[in-house]
Every structure is written in C-alpha cells, then in structure tokens.
Design a protein around this ligand. Structure first.
Ligand code: GTR
Length: 426
C-alpha cells in the first residue's frame, strides 16, 4: 500500500511544515504488536478506583504523569493579562453573525507576546451563546474571506523564520483556511466561534521558545524549558486557557459552555487543554493522531519515535526518552481522553489519514470509556469501530469520514450536533 500524506493542509501550495516522510511506518494491522494499556481506573499503587469520589485523586496522578513525561508542566503563576478591544461587535458579511476582535496581551508590556482573538457571535441570539474555541494554523485572516479581519504579520514572520518566505502578499491568504472553519454553520446553529493564530502563542519551530510565552516565565538566565517543563503543545493549550479567561469576561458568550476544538497538532493541543483546564465544558479532537487521541502502543502510522524526531519541541524533553519505548511510557492516550471525564469528548478520524491511525483514535476513545462508566454514564456506546459516516455517540462521540487529513463541513456538522445535545441548544 502506498501512503502519501500531505500532513498539514489540503492546500498544497501553502507553506506549512513538511510532514516527516513516513518511510518505516507500519500500516499493517497484522503487525501491530501485542500491548497492555495502563488502567485509568487503577491507582499507581495498584489499588482500584471504586467510585466517582476516588476519581479526582486518580485523575491527579494521570495528569502529573502526562506533565512529567509527555507535554511538560505549565507555569503555576498566573500572568497579568490585558484585553484590548481592536474592533467592537460589528455585523459581519452575510448578516448572520457579528464579528469582534480582541487582543490578549500576555504581559504588561505592549511589545510583549500577545494573541489576537477573532470572534463571531450568532446575530439576534438572546442571552449568552455557547462557543467553540480553537487555534488556527495560518492566522485569523485565513479563517474567513471577511476583509475586515486584521492581517496577522506573525504568520509571515513564522514562514520567514522557517526558511519559507511568502511568495505572495499576506492579503492573498484571506480565507486560505476557510474550508476548515464553518463559520456560517456554527453561528446558524446558535454557537459563537473564537479563534486565534497558534504562532501568536509560540512559533511552531525548533528553538523558538524565546519568541513566545515561555520567556515570560523564565527564571534567572533560563534559556530553555527544563526536562519536565512545557513544550509548544503545552503553551498552545495554555493560550487556549487564556482565551477562555477572556471569554469569561465576554457578555455575549456563556463561558460555562465552551467547547475546545482542534485539528491535528492542534487536536492534541485541544485534548491537553481540556485535561489541564476543567473550565472547558467539552473537547473535540479532529484527526489528532499520535500523542492526540491515538494509542501510542499500537505503533501504527506515526510513532513516538517519528514524532519526537520531527517535532521534539512540541513536548517536554523527558518525552524524547520514549522513542521506540512506547511500553515504557507510564501513560497511553486513552488516559488523555479520560482526563476530560465526565465532560463530553468527541473524537473524529478520516479514512485516508492512516498516519494518524484512525483505529487507534477509535480505541483511545473506547478505552477511555470505563471512566465515564464509573460515573454511571456510557462513554462511547459502541465497542466496534463504526463504518464511515456513521457517527456513534453518548458522552464520547466518534466518527470516521471519507477523505484525507482535514477538517470539513461534515466534521463540523457532527461536532455541532454533539455539542448542541450536550449544551441543550435547540
Ligand atoms: C504532522 C505530524 C502529525 C500532525 C500533523 C499536523 O506532520 O506528524 O502529528 O500533528 O503534522 O499537525 O498537521
């Protein structure tokens, strides 16, 4: 079988990071090694977790293991955020929504790191709307053709720094990622959308920590994160929490009904955000794959060795010790999903996205389910992987759709139906 995977974007012309060529990757189910998963419902001392009252203690253990060995600890100190309204709520093209743009300053200094939030609210809703919050890959200007969205020069900066300077004006990237953000569907369903460029938080490349939020927390001459401190995914998840800090002050949004959503590396990020910040009411992982929803011990498609070779900066340094040693990892990814329990979680796969191991993503959701059952709930309602385009859902939802690594309208329709049901949106 020949697998080609344009890792990041359907728009081949877009200058994003190259995928690591999956030369030696396994795509044969028969070659998945036998494995034993760590039990989310057993304490590290071997005693069973018997009731929902035990869960917070077990949850804390699992969270600490992911911090120590995978994504790294986030700083404990709360930054002093400042919110600057760049554009008040204004009717957006099409008439169905209002657009607002807000700058979140991560420090007291105007030239310090900052993130621009783009918000769409459903027009004419009474009261506060539930919301989806997710990071984007190319800058807010790429999320919609809307000419009023501020262009983000950080996207240009980041491409330049990767040695891939833009060969066309930034302006021409308006709407370049729009097929992934069903703004009209989202607002028509009664949801708000909030998004920010992930590179505003930390640029996505090796040795770029000093350019993002990491440097705000460095102590005495520190130049890089310690072995158990946050990598880039940790900082992007932290940025999502700071966006939520803003949403808590936004009168048009119900901050108790915010779904955190992400695709691919940003799907890994969304799951980690839901794990580290229980204010997120629901999480959506789209094609998050290795170190997202997919079980690492299956070694199918992308593995710990390939991801830590291609993207070491996404994780904490300790994680790099587990290349080709998946069984030595004290956690597996079903436990990352379980950290969201008993909140609802949706996991989405794509049939041709074998690099992300669709079956491994399904199994991640399935093996997280016992934690929901501890709470008298169902988790995922099917032990069998459903056929293409037949979503299954209870408190955990899952679908696999036809096609490639991407976010499509079909995906959004399922996320909206799932979130509407859990948030009581008619
Ligand atoms: C790939 C990487 C995946 C996934 C993807 C993306 O190159 O191997 O883990 O995160 O990038 O974010 O588009």
């Amino acid at each position: 079988m020949k697998i080609t995977r344009r890792a990041c974007l359907p728009l081949a012309a877009l200058p994003l990071l190259p995928a690591q060529p999956p030369q030696e990757a396994n795509y044969d189910e028969a070659r998945v090694p036998p494995y034993t998963l760590p039990d989310p419902l057993r304490f590290e001392n071997g005693l069973p977790v018997r009731s929902p009252r035990d869960w917070p203690r077990r949850r804390a253990e699992i969270l600490a293991l992911f911090e120590q060995h995978v994504y790294g600890r986030m700083p404990a100190a709360r930054p002093s955020l400042r919110f600057e309204v760049l554009e008040p709520a204004t009717p957006a093209p099409g008439g169905g929504s209002l657009r607002k743009q807000v700058r979140v300053h991560f420090s007291a200094k105007d030239d310090g790191p900052k993130m621009d939030l783009l918000l769409y609210f459903p027009a004419g809703t009474r009261g506060k709307a539930p919301a989806f919050l997710g990071l984007n890959f190319l800058g807010n200007h790429a999320v919609h053709k809307d000419p009023a969205i501020l262009l983000n020069p950080n996207f240009q900066r980041d491409q330049q720094a990767r040695g891939r300077p833009l060969d066309r004006p930034l302006e021409s990237f308006r709407g370049a990622e729009a097929s992934r953000w069903a703004v009209d569907k989202i607002t028509a369903a009664g949801f708000a959308l909030a998004t920010a460029y992930y590179g505003d938080i930390t640029p996505d490349r090796r040795d770029a920590f000093h350019e993002g939020v990491h440097a705000l927390f460095w102590r005495g001459g520190q130049k890089e994160p310690a072995a158990d401190e946050w990598g880039a995914i940790g900082s992007w998840a932290w940025g999502l929490s700071r966006a939520l800090d803003y949403l808590e002050t936004e009168p048009a949004i119900d901050a108790r009904r915010v779904a955190v959503m992400g695709h691919s590396r940003l799907g890994k990020t969304a799951l980690w955000a839901a794990a580290t910040d229980t204010r997120f009411a629901l999480a959506v992982s789209n094609n998050s794959g290795c170190m997202g929803a997919a079980l690492s011990r299956r070694r199918f498609g992308e593995t710990v060795a390939s991801i830590s070779r291609a993207f070491p900066w996404w994780f904490c340094r300790n994680f790099l010790n587990y290349a080709n040693r998946e069984d030595g990892l004290p956690v597996d990814q079903h436990q990352l999903i379980a950290l969201a329990a008993p909140r609802p979680v949706y996991v989405a796969s794509a049939q041709e996205d074998l690099w992300a191991d669709p079956r491994g993503e399904f199994l991640g959701a399935l093996h997280a389910s016992p934690v929901w059952r501890l709470f008298g709930k169902t988790g995922l309602p099917s032990r069998e992987m459903p056929p293409v385009h037949q979503p299954v859902s209870a408190e955990i939802g899952y679908h696999i759709r036809a096609g490639k690594h991407d976010v499509t309208d079909y995906d959004w329709e399922q996320f909206l139906a799932f979130a509407s049901r859990h948030f009581g949106v008619k």
